[in-house]
Design a protein. Structure first.
Length: 183
């Protein structure tokens, strides 16, 4: 049986070790392991491609921070798009963990050997539970991007992509060319 910790203890741990990559999965403390070079390359590339196309007074592309699902579940997406208005609450305060309850317009997870199953089986359903508008799961070696898009009734429609361009529904004017991403 795994030991669980409280939300308060989790937040204390994150503040004490902000670069530790701490997540909370149904009360169980987890630390994100180091990632492969390919994972980190794609993470940086996705963030750069998004940042170039977004109005930075409206959105910030993040590679750090937490998606809070509930008091016992906090996850660190590989990349997410954060509305700038959500930054105002905790900025300039050393006692506030970078964690957000509100759904993101886009969340991206990238497959890695150490976390691939966990990302799909644990994190992706929780992002849907949060109501994130679009969720991407990129597999660098299969050269695929699976997208889940939230529908008006709260359900998600999944679509696979292997080449061409994809446009996040909640980010008008943004296009990611998969041929560049997977080059």
């Amino acid at each position: 049986m795994k030991t669980t910790i409280s939300e308060k203890a989790f937040l204390k741990r994150v503040l004490a070790d902000p670069s530790g990559g701490w997540e909370l999965d149904y009360g169980v403390l987890r630390q994100k392991p180091p990632m492969t070079m390919e994972h980190n390359h794609l993470q940086s590339l996705v963030a750069a491609l998004l940042s170039r196309q977004l109005d930075l007074t409206t959105y910030e592309v993040r590679q750090a921070g937490h998606a809070r699902v509930a008091s016992d579940s906090y996850y660190i997406p590989d990349v997410f798009v954060l509305p700038v208005e959500l930054l105002h609450r905790g900025r300039h305060r050393p006692d506030v963990v970078d964690a957000h309850d509100e759904p993101f317009p886009l969340v991206v997870e990238i497959w890695s050997p150490s976390t691939g199953g966990y990302d799909v089986n644990a994190k992706l359903p929780e992002y849907q539970r949060r109501g994130d508008q679009e969720i991407w799961y990129i597999h660098p070696y299969e050269r695929t991007l699976r997208a889940w898009r939230r529908q008006p009734d709260g359900s998600y429609v999944e679509s696979p992509h292997t080449n061409g361009q994809i446009q996040p529904v909640a980010l008008p004017g943004v296009t990611i060319d998969l041929d560049i991403l997977f080059a």
